[in-house]
Design a protein around this ligand. Structure first.
Ligand code: HEC
Length: 168
Protein backbone atom coordinates (compact mmCIF):
# COMPACT_ATOMS: atom_id res chain seq x y z
CA UNK A 1 0.00 0.00 0.00
CA UNK A 2 2.79 2.37 1.01
CA UNK A 3 4.45 2.63 -2.36
CA UNK A 4 1.23 3.33 -4.21
CA UNK A 5 0.55 6.87 -3.16
CA UNK A 6 3.71 8.45 -4.53
CA UNK A 7 3.23 6.48 -7.75
CA UNK A 8 -0.31 7.77 -8.14
CA UNK A 9 0.85 11.31 -7.42
CA UNK A 10 3.63 10.96 -9.95
CA UNK A 11 1.13 9.80 -12.57
CA UNK A 12 -1.15 12.75 -11.79
CA UNK A 13 1.73 15.22 -11.94
CA UNK A 14 2.85 13.79 -15.28
CA UNK A 15 -0.61 14.11 -16.78
CA UNK A 16 -0.94 17.69 -15.45
CA UNK A 17 2.41 18.80 -16.82
CA UNK A 18 1.70 17.19 -20.20
CA UNK A 19 -1.54 19.14 -20.40
CA UNK A 20 0.20 22.36 -19.45
CA UNK A 21 2.98 21.85 -21.94
CA UNK A 22 0.47 21.30 -24.71
CA UNK A 23 -1.52 24.44 -23.95
CA UNK A 24 1.66 26.53 -23.70
CA UNK A 25 2.88 25.18 -27.02
CA UNK A 26 -0.01 26.80 -28.86
CA UNK A 27 1.14 30.21 -30.01
CA UNK A 28 -1.78 32.73 -30.08
CA UNK A 29 -0.40 34.16 -33.34
CA UNK A 30 -0.72 30.72 -34.93
CA UNK A 31 -4.27 30.37 -33.60
CA UNK A 32 -5.24 33.70 -35.17
CA UNK A 33 -3.58 32.77 -38.46
CA UNK A 34 -5.21 29.33 -38.39
CA UNK A 35 -8.65 30.86 -37.83
CA UNK A 36 -8.12 33.12 -40.83
CA UNK A 37 -7.06 30.16 -42.99
CA UNK A 38 -10.10 28.15 -41.81
CA UNK A 39 -12.44 30.92 -42.95
CA UNK A 40 -10.71 32.29 -46.03
CA UNK A 41 -7.97 30.48 -47.96
CA UNK A 42 -8.79 26.89 -46.90
CA UNK A 43 -12.52 27.69 -46.66
CA UNK A 44 -13.16 24.83 -44.24
CA UNK A 45 -16.25 26.71 -43.13
CA UNK A 46 -17.98 26.18 -46.45
CA UNK A 47 -18.59 22.53 -45.41
CA UNK A 48 -17.98 22.58 -41.62
CA UNK A 49 -19.56 25.95 -40.72
CA UNK A 50 -17.72 28.95 -39.25
CA UNK A 51 -18.02 27.42 -35.76
CA UNK A 52 -16.83 24.02 -37.03
CA UNK A 53 -20.12 22.53 -35.84
CA UNK A 54 -21.07 21.03 -39.20
CA UNK A 55 -23.63 23.70 -40.07
CA UNK A 56 -22.13 24.37 -43.47
CA UNK A 57 -22.21 27.82 -45.02
CA UNK A 58 -22.84 26.66 -48.60
CA UNK A 59 -25.81 24.31 -48.95
CA UNK A 60 -24.41 22.92 -52.22
CA UNK A 61 -21.35 21.57 -50.39
CA UNK A 62 -20.91 18.13 -48.79
CA UNK A 63 -21.98 17.84 -45.11
CA UNK A 64 -18.78 18.38 -43.16
CA UNK A 65 -18.33 16.65 -39.81
CA UNK A 66 -18.95 18.43 -36.49
CA UNK A 67 -15.38 19.29 -35.56
CA UNK A 68 -16.43 20.50 -32.10
CA UNK A 69 -17.31 16.90 -31.27
CA UNK A 70 -14.53 15.09 -33.08
CA UNK A 71 -12.68 12.45 -31.07
CA UNK A 72 -9.59 12.65 -33.27
CA UNK A 73 -6.30 13.82 -31.75
CA UNK A 74 -4.01 16.44 -33.26
CA UNK A 75 -2.07 13.99 -35.40
CA UNK A 76 -5.25 12.46 -36.83
CA UNK A 77 -6.81 15.86 -37.55
CA UNK A 78 -3.61 16.96 -39.30
CA UNK A 79 -3.59 13.76 -41.36
CA UNK A 80 -7.24 14.30 -42.31
CA UNK A 81 -6.51 17.83 -43.53
CA UNK A 82 -3.42 16.67 -45.42
CA UNK A 83 -4.92 13.56 -46.99
CA UNK A 84 -8.67 14.20 -46.94
CA UNK A 85 -11.14 11.32 -46.96
CA UNK A 86 -11.26 9.80 -50.43
CA UNK A 87 -14.82 8.93 -51.37
CA UNK A 88 -16.30 10.84 -48.41
CA UNK A 89 -16.22 14.48 -49.56
CA UNK A 90 -13.34 15.72 -47.41
CA UNK A 91 -10.66 17.19 -49.70
CA UNK A 92 -6.90 16.65 -49.35
CA UNK A 93 -5.11 19.98 -48.83
CA UNK A 94 -1.57 18.70 -49.44
CA UNK A 95 -0.82 19.21 -53.15
CA UNK A 96 1.33 16.07 -53.13
CA UNK A 97 -1.08 13.96 -51.03
CA UNK A 98 -1.46 11.11 -53.52
CA UNK A 99 1.79 11.54 -55.44
CA UNK A 100 4.15 9.33 -53.43
CA UNK A 101 2.21 7.16 -50.99
CA UNK A 102 2.48 9.64 -48.07
CA UNK A 103 -1.30 9.37 -47.58
CA UNK A 104 -2.52 5.94 -46.49
CA UNK A 105 0.15 4.46 -48.80
CA UNK A 106 -1.99 5.29 -51.82
CA UNK A 107 -1.41 7.12 -55.09
CA UNK A 108 -3.90 8.74 -57.44
CA UNK A 109 -4.07 5.59 -59.59
CA UNK A 110 -4.91 3.49 -56.50
CA UNK A 111 -7.82 5.82 -55.72
CA UNK A 112 -9.02 5.56 -59.30
CA UNK A 113 -8.79 1.74 -59.24
CA UNK A 114 -10.75 1.63 -55.98
CA UNK A 115 -13.35 3.97 -57.42
CA UNK A 116 -12.68 6.57 -54.72
CA UNK A 117 -13.18 10.14 -55.86
CA UNK A 118 -11.34 13.02 -54.22
CA UNK A 119 -13.12 16.33 -53.73
CA UNK A 120 -11.10 19.34 -55.00
CA UNK A 121 -9.77 21.44 -52.12
CA UNK A 122 -10.57 25.19 -52.10
CA UNK A 123 -6.76 25.68 -51.97
CA UNK A 124 -3.53 23.78 -51.37
CA UNK A 125 -1.90 24.34 -48.01
CA UNK A 126 1.72 24.24 -46.86
CA UNK A 127 2.57 22.04 -43.86
CA UNK A 128 2.96 25.18 -41.74
CA UNK A 129 -0.54 26.38 -42.66
CA UNK A 130 -2.09 22.99 -41.86
CA UNK A 131 -0.39 23.06 -38.46
CA UNK A 132 -1.77 26.56 -37.76
CA UNK A 133 -5.28 25.34 -38.58
CA UNK A 134 -4.80 22.43 -36.15
CA UNK A 135 -3.61 24.90 -33.47
CA UNK A 136 -6.74 26.99 -34.08
CA UNK A 137 -9.04 23.94 -33.97
CA UNK A 138 -7.63 22.62 -30.68
CA UNK A 139 -7.65 26.08 -29.09
CA UNK A 140 -11.14 27.22 -30.17
CA UNK A 141 -13.20 24.37 -31.62
CA UNK A 142 -12.44 20.75 -30.67
CA UNK A 143 -14.11 19.74 -27.41
CA UNK A 144 -15.40 23.26 -26.75
CA UNK A 145 -19.07 22.26 -26.62
CA UNK A 146 -21.91 23.83 -28.59
CA UNK A 147 -21.49 27.45 -29.69
CA UNK A 148 -23.13 29.77 -27.14
CA UNK A 149 -23.51 33.53 -27.23
CA UNK A 150 -20.60 33.99 -24.82
CA UNK A 151 -18.38 31.57 -26.75
CA UNK A 152 -19.32 33.34 -29.99
CA UNK A 153 -18.33 36.78 -28.69
CA UNK A 154 -15.04 35.33 -27.47
CA UNK A 155 -14.50 33.56 -30.80
CA UNK A 156 -15.04 36.67 -32.92
CA UNK A 157 -13.70 39.19 -30.41
CA UNK A 158 -16.97 41.16 -30.42
CA UNK A 159 -20.76 40.67 -30.49
CA UNK A 160 -21.05 40.20 -34.26
CA UNK A 161 -24.37 39.49 -36.02
CA UNK A 162 -23.98 35.68 -36.12
CA UNK A 163 -23.80 35.67 -32.28
CA UNK A 164 -27.07 37.54 -31.76
CA UNK A 165 -29.43 34.54 -31.97
CA UNK A 166 -27.35 32.13 -29.89
CA UNK A 167 -28.35 30.98 -26.41
CA UNK A 168 -26.42 32.77 -23.62
C1 HEC B 1 -15.79 20.31 -49.66
C2 HEC B 1 -16.22 20.21 -48.28
C3 HEC B 1 -15.17 20.19 -47.19
C4 HEC B 1 -14.16 21.11 -46.99
C5 HEC B 1 -13.82 22.33 -47.81
C6 HEC B 1 -13.48 20.67 -45.78
N1 HEC B 1 -14.07 19.54 -45.30
FE1 HEC B 1 -13.48 18.49 -43.63
N2 HEC B 1 -14.88 17.06 -44.02
C7 HEC B 1 -15.81 17.12 -45.05
C8 HEC B 1 -16.64 15.94 -44.98
C9 HEC B 1 -17.80 15.65 -45.93
C10 HEC B 1 -16.19 15.18 -43.89
C11 HEC B 1 -16.74 13.85 -43.39
C12 HEC B 1 -15.98 12.72 -44.04
C13 HEC B 1 -16.44 11.38 -43.57
O1 HEC B 1 -17.65 11.14 -43.56
O2 HEC B 1 -15.59 10.59 -43.21
C14 HEC B 1 -15.07 15.92 -43.31
C15 HEC B 1 -14.32 15.46 -42.23
C16 HEC B 1 -13.35 16.21 -41.60
C17 HEC B 1 -12.62 15.79 -40.43
C18 HEC B 1 -12.77 14.46 -39.70
C19 HEC B 1 -13.67 14.63 -38.52
C20 HEC B 1 -13.90 13.34 -37.75
O3 HEC B 1 -14.20 13.44 -36.55
O4 HEC B 1 -13.80 12.25 -38.34
C21 HEC B 1 -11.78 16.81 -40.09
C22 HEC B 1 -10.83 16.88 -38.92
C23 HEC B 1 -11.98 17.86 -41.08
N3 HEC B 1 -12.91 17.46 -41.98
C24 HEC B 1 -11.31 19.07 -41.06
C25 HEC B 1 -11.38 20.00 -42.09
C26 HEC B 1 -10.57 21.21 -42.14
C27 HEC B 1 -9.66 21.69 -41.04
C28 HEC B 1 -10.84 21.83 -43.33
C29 HEC B 1 -10.16 23.04 -43.92
C30 HEC B 1 -8.71 22.96 -43.99
C31 HEC B 1 -11.85 21.01 -44.00
N4 HEC B 1 -12.14 19.93 -43.23
C32 HEC B 1 -12.41 21.33 -45.24
C33 HEC B 1 -15.93 18.11 -45.98
C34 HEC B 1 -15.09 19.21 -46.13
Amino acid sequence: MKGKIPLALLALATVASMGAARADDIDPANVAAGMKLFRAKANCQTCHGWAGDGRKIDSQMPDGANLRETTLDRAAVLKTIQCGRPGAGMPAFDRLAYSDGRCYGMKTEDLTKSGLSLTDPPANLAAREMNMIVDFLFDKVVGKGPMTHAACVEYWGSDVDVCKDLAP
